[in-house]
Design a protein around this ligand. Sequence first.
Ligand code: PMP
Length: 340
Amino acid sequence: MNINQLVRNNILELQPYISFRDQNQFNAPILLDANESPFGEYNRYPDSTQMELKNKLADIKNVKPSQVAIGNGSDELIDLIIKVFCEPKKDSILMMDPSFAMYAFYASINENSVVKLELNENFEILKEDFLRVAKDFQSKVFFLCSPNNPTGNTIDDIEFYIQNFDGIVVVDEAYIEFSNQQSSIELLKKYPNLIVLQTFSKAWGMAGARVGSAFASEYIINLINTVKAPYNVNSLSQKLALQKLDNLEEFEKQVEYIIKERNWLEKQFQDILCIKKIFPTQANFFLIECNNAEKVYQNLLYNEILTSKRFPGIKNCIRINIGNRQQNTKLITLLKNIDV
Ligand code: PMP
């Protein structure tokens, strides 16, 4: 597959903006080049190439630094990927339904249409549906979310979708750390049309800092860097992400805690009358079918627990995030007191 044929023509002609300072390794500690203030700790612009963070991530993920892009959350990377490949008013994206809302949000902003691939009752993709939709609509980018939000399940046989799609496949791994699925980063060696998204917002506990990463071929990463805002990730967030990556022990402990709570909650849910079905999850949340979702949602809210309404889109379902033991215990106590 010739990836450059998938890229918008106007983007092909552009070069990434890298600040004069970041392009060169000057030995000049007195910086009078960027109209900054001489005062304060954060007076300098951030590194527009995010080199230290890319080096560290590349090392951990076993790819080259030139195969890593950093975004203001993976949300920004979703937008940038659409900008690189999808011609406004002409091209479409393909996404699973239900899946993460931001793919359609950014497609709309960029004036790209959205083709939805309906999942079956277990929220799996039917391969024959995929093949038909991929052929009929010729979408430029397929967003494949695994584990999927808001359903929580992983998608099997990801390689099949990469092999059978004549465009870019973005595997969104926002929740991969909570799952037993292997990252698709391994597959980058084999497939030039693959992009893998990960984030510091979930397992790394850094949603407020807004740091996401994309892994792909050098060619695709260069295109993403071309359309990004030069200073898209601030210095504090770059520094915080580097610190987190230095403390893998804390990260592993927190992921382990959440998985333990997930198992505990799953058991507790079994005896609760207002719950009709718990969908299997590999993420840090549960999709739950209730007998009366509105009643459950309102009751929890009245008792100071905000959950995510997924109905009427997904009939009678709410999505509940795994919290700490105290929060989870309160949740279970409240649920037990809701009658059918
Ligand atoms: N992908 C998925 C599947 C998500 O659920 C989320 C956050 N809800 C994101 C991407 C975006 O994450 P962030 O922008 O915080 O990195």
